[in-house]
Design a protein. Structure first.
Length: 543
């Protein structure tokens, strides 16, 4: 048969929309109701910027507000103001600094409807997913408001010569922290990360994403109301390639959340100045559904794990490994739940998923899905844009039969797309889950707790959730959260999340006798004395 006689390849019919639209409640607020000129004036008061920029809502593409835009000179001015205010703030007793966080906690919960509107308008996410940010910030404020005095208190250590050497470890603030925050969680990943920096006595110069700046500015306004000195918290807005490097150039410590590519650039800039840095970067997170898992619960959990914030969550699941013995039943239930998800843009509860945040995200999602289907993957659910709801809506999508070299196998999609892989050997599933340069989050589903913990310990990710997708580990603020491999450096939460914003200082007070020949001892006698002393200290189990 010649090429001209070969049957034409079947054309892929565009999938028809399946997900229902959540109706907007009567009297629902609009962007004009929320983002008033008075609000913008209040939130931008004191923000340094000699230029002008704007942000927009992904629900419609319309402009939300005109905002100050910083030049490199403006960034330098912001750091100078923050540095001038930092020493006085550091001199405030830690319990008084912590009290600011506890007042902020109460204000966030009392005024949550204001920020929920802003988060939805700036990110396009569903209101329940926006509320996850309120929860996370409240937990962080409560945790560090209660625990900061203990984390930061002076600690005594055994000295070089017991009883003769008294050693105290102090924690000194680094100075001015430069923070570069992303667009996907504009409350939690801005002020949520800044809270431990403030309570440990630092000032902060924050560069939030311009498109989600109103949320960060709202948090700043509320912290000032709670008692934080205004000059201690500076916000600079502008294009990332312009303002971001200037923040790194002036900071005493850098906190960055974003892509692995940009994270490398931030790390290089910080390293050149010999300042510390913490990075939370990309992920290609896996969920393992073992043979004994509760299929119904796992399917419901997968919906939350894969499609919260339209998949634009660093720790959301993009790869699903399901044991072959339950795979068909799982896929059937998972697909049914996914197709039933309600999409919507109302500033109210009711929608199960919202919009993507920008054109670049939509293009990546479409490219990954279209390429996978063209190369033989099966579209189980979704796979279509929904311009009938808004310009950046895309249905939650499940792909089956995904194989390398499809881009969706290895590239981070950062959208509402998940690929299903069947396995029969648990060791192979663990190996496949680990076969990625990323290592941020993972999930294991099983009825056997001991088995779940054993599998979790073999996964090379900073957090592992058993019988849930991401929320339990992230919400446990006393425990560290962060990435392995190319998913980042450092941790947020717990002791590591606050001590990274401090410098350890050892103060050693030598009493009675010096650590040198004394009492008539010559060098040889002193060396002999110290040798005997070291042997005795080991025998007495001194540490």
């Amino acid at each position: 048969m010649t090429d001209s006689q070969a049957p034409a390849a079947p054309l892929r019919t565009a999938p028809q929309p399946t997900n229902p639209v959540a109706p907007a409640p009567a009297g629902a607020r609009t962007a004009a109701d929320v983002v008033t000129p008075e609000l913008v004036t209040r939130l931008t008061r004191g923000v340094i910027g000699s230029g002008r920029t704007a942000n927009h809502t992904p629900f419609t593409g319309d402009k939300l507000a005109d905002l100050p835009e910083a030049t490199p000179e403006d960034v330098a001015t912001a750091f100078a103001k923050a540095r001038a205010a930092q020493s006085a703030w550091a001199a405030v007793p830690v319990r008084r600094r912590a009290a600011v966080l506890l007042r902020f906690h109460d204000l966030v919960l009392a005024r949550q409807s204001e920020v929920l509107d802003l988060i939805q308008l700036e990110t396009g996410k569903a209101r329940l997913h926006a509320h996850e940010e309120v929860q996370a910030v409240a937990v962080a404020a409560r945790h560090y408001g209660r625990k900061a005095p203990a984390y930061l208190r002076p600690k005594g250590h055994t000295g070089a010569m017991p009883t003769l050497t008294k050693v105290t470890e102090l924690r000194q603030p680094r100075g001015v922290v430069g923070q570069i925050a992303p667009w996907n969680y504009p409350l939690e990943l801005s002020v949520g990360d800044a809270l431990p920096a403030f309570v440990s006595g630092n000032a902060v110069v924050m560069k939030p994403d311009t498109e989600t700046a109103l949320t960060a500015l709202w948090a700043r306004d509320l912290l000032i109301e709670a008692g934080l000195p205004a000059e201690v918290f500076q916000v600079v807005l502008g294009e990332g390639p312009v303002v971001g490097p200037e923040v790194v150039r002036h900071a005493d410590y850098v906190s960055f959340t974003g892509s692995t590519r940009t994270g490398r650039e931030v790390a290089q800039g910080a390293a050149a100045r010999l300042v510390g840095v913490s990075l939370e970067l990309g992920g290609k997170n896996a969920m393992l559904v073992l043979a004994d898992a509760d299929v119904e619960k796992a399917a419901a959990g997968a919906v939350r794990a894969c499609f919260s914030s339209a998949g634009q969550l660093c720790i959301s699941i993009e790869r699903l490994y399901v044991h072959a013995s339950i795979a068909d039943a799982f896929v059937e239930r998972f697909a049914a739940r996914t197709k039933a998800m309600r999409l919507g843009s109302a500033l109210a509860y009711g929608a199960d998923m919202g919009s993507l945040v920008g054109t670049r995200q939509l293009e990546t999602v479409q490219r990954h899905v279209d390429e996978a289907v063209a190369k033989g993957a099966t579209l189980v659910a979704g796979g279509t844009a929904r311009p009938d709801i808004g310009p950046l809506f895309y249905e939650p999508t499940i792909l089956d039969g995904v194989e390398a070299p499809m881009a969706v196998c290895a590239e981070e999609t950062f959208g509402p797309v998940v690929s299903i892989y069947r396995f029969t050997d648990e060791d192979e599933a663990v190996a496949e889950a680990n076969a990625t340069p990323y290592g941020l989050n993972s999930s294991v589903w099983t009825k056997d707790a001991r088995r779940g913990h054993a599998v979790a310990a073999r996964l090379r990710t900073g957090t592992v959730n058993i019988n849930d997708g991401y929320a339990p580990a992230y919400g446990s603020a006393q425990s560290p959260m962060g990435g392995m491999k190319e998913s980042g450096l450092g941790r947020r939460h717990g002791s590591e999340g606050i001590l990274k914003y401090t410098e350890a200082q050892t103060v050693a007070h030598q009493r009675l006798l010096p650590m040198a020949p004394s009492l008539g001892m010559d060098d040889a006698k002193y060396a002999e004395f110290m040798t005997r002393s070291l042997k005795v200290m080991k025998a007495l189990r001194f540490r």
